[in-house]
Design a protein around this ligand. Sequence first.
Ligand code: PEP
Ligand code: MG
Length: 860
Amino acid sequence: MKGAAVQKRAQAELSKDPHTTLITATAPVAANTHGGRAKCLQRLVRLDLPVPRTVALSFDTVHRIAEGEMPDIAEILSQFPENALLCVRPSSEDPDWGGPGAILNIGMNDARYVDFCEALGAEAAAALYLRFVQSYAVHVARLDPDEFEHVADDGPEALSEILHAYEMETDEAFPQDPAEHLAAVLRSMARAWEGTSARLLRQAKGAPADAGLGLVVQEMIPGVGQGECGSGVLQLVDPTTGVPKIVGRYLSQSQGRDALGAGASALYLETDDRGPALQDLAPKAFDDLKAHAALMRTKLREEMQVEFVIESGRVHILDGVRVARASRAALRIAVSLAQDGIISPQEAVMRIDPHAVSELLHRQVDPEAPRDVIGTGIAASPGAATGRLVFTSAEAQASASRREPCILVRRETSPEDIRGMHAAAGVLTERGGMTSHAAVIGRGLGLPCIVGASSMVFNSKTKKVTAPDGRVFAAGDVVTIDGSSGQVLAGEPPMLEAALDDAFQTLMGWADAERDIGIRANADTPADAQTARNFNAQGIGLCRTEHMFFDPGRLTVMREMIFAQTSNGRQAVLARLLPMQRDDFVQLFRIMQGQPVCIRLFDPPLHEFLPGTRGGQRELAEALDIPVSDVTRRVEEMKEYNPMLGLRGVRLGVTVPEIYDMQARAIFEATLEASHDGDPVVPEVMIPLVSARREVELVKTRIDAVAAAVKSERGLDFDYRLGVMVETPRAALRAAEIAPHTAFLSFGTNDLTQMTYGLSRDDAGRFMSDYVNQGVFPEDPFHVLDTEGVGELLQLGAERAREANPDLTLSICGEHGGNPESIAFCRQTQFDYVSCSPFRVPVARLAAAQLAISDKIGDA
Ligand code: PEP
Ligand code: MG
């Protein structure tokens, strides 16, 4: 009762200054005015936890302090028992934004030192005073840290030395007035927050430029003295895995977070084989602490790290902060909070950053490990891989056959590198962007990949890579690429394995229950399709058939086809490819078990299949039994100035129709074969790079004819859906006249971005970072959909197409399909589904679920 009366009086006094608030259960304290720490302390007070008395200073007050306007210090001091020591801690709105370090033992002076010597003993008293003088000297008086931070001893002698040093440096005795201490500490912390480097630091963590700082002034519970005294931190989960486990340390006769830095002298918390533990030393305090932490978890609906002090066996809770956690721990923590009924499954889904999920699907560099960064590029395919540097596909394959992991380094990759990429643990290229060959294949294979690492110098002749700092790495040297961050690291840092565990599956199940847009995968091979299925994709949204022709057994046949001079000649060679394609499709249909599979007809310029090197041309000449000069001439003839704008996609379908005929036949024959022993398959056939209605009409006529032929030859019926890829601005603009001829439109936003910007997707990586750094583009538009320009085309195309054909299915299948920000746009535009690389499917599922939940709770 007496305590309540004191609090009431204090509250009344403080209300004279509404920005200086004693934290009580009902005081007006909010995270957006006083910061997260102040709000958390209020919650702890409401839980009746043993929290020392605390006064919160609002953002506004702290800002005014920085400007030189001090609050009434005497009034603040009057909230605390006379002679109490105080500490001041930062309280930014989001604890992750940081703030100046806490300052402890404010108010310590010669007189109190004498008192403490009597009460606690000279050693303890000296330790308290010494600590304060050190922080005051360095952080408030801004004296040279080297002079003050490293003292060999911490007894009374060290104290008098440091007081002397202070006097020598400042020509003044150490200040003795607690009010002066407090004012100086508040001023220095307020000003530190307003400084440029602190501002930049927090902005890098996502804080707005004008983010405010609150401060909390708290009564110190010294943690030194007689009986069992000390301090420590405790949390109930492992920060890396999120598995329940008591983690933390305790140090007798210590303050703050000393226990964490104390090494072997700190105690474990729970009884432990490795050494003495708090549980053995002070079982009651340990039990109390555990109970307090469990209560905090339930009531604060979060895993909290508890900062505590034990004073003569009694526990005090100084602070609670959200447990810092790796991605996999974040996921397990959210799931177990929901499973314990503390938060809802929807909230668990909302708590996980979809970008972080992709880390879980791959091995990653242990976030705790030191990183020796030797270069950076575009993080094109997530996951980390370590291996020896190799510079050719052949070396990569040789390395794989020796079971030695390798990192394939290329200026840029081409289809000829596919085998090398399959054999490598990771790929690093000097050139390229998010949708260049290496990036697309890397993501498809789940292979870590960094492209556009142009800060490093690649020399394929000498087989060396030179880092910007001058270090040279040669073939055989071990490096690690982190495809999630784009960093190239020297050596082999410790790794965390992929974590597709029960918690992951549970969360994904909850996400799917909320999601309202379909997610398919871009999958070219049976292995991709299997990954897509494992990640619960709702079908294949894009199978790029050309990748099937790069298989070594087929490449030569493909080349023969390209060399054929007549339609008959082409058909004869294509007849050899037909059974191979049919097998590909049968496998895909079987793996996808009745789910939709959208097969895109041949897209790339033919010359991509021709050998680029003299050796390759010689090999082809041998296979075709023609002179090398003929091969060279044909290769020359097929060269185009702008191959991406040349004879490719539907333009091949119109001018060299035999290829599409063969593919259509392979698809339909496979449809019958796979439907024979499984669910009926309804294949989707997609025409790439369309820009005119007539292209669709011409190709459709031939495909319908092939379907009719297969049906009549086999005496069996099947359905199929024909669709068009919208990859040129013209196709988007003319969608109304294309739509009546198709069952679906799929926006290929890689090419559409390339053509809308007039920006080569293979070359943009070279200058993209300059463009983004200078604010020309907010983001790499090949990575995050440009909702303004490209988006306007998508919207126009979707509207016009829907009006002409309301039954049309609409989707995107460019790389943007796996990007959470871009999915938001697709959902708003009411696309039926997005399709992305298999390894991005879970990211997309989660992002889509979050959008649906946000809409439901009115937070969109
Ligand atoms: C696209 O252009 O968006 C697309 C999906 O096709 P590709 O990346 O194969 O050109
Ligand atoms: Mg394309």
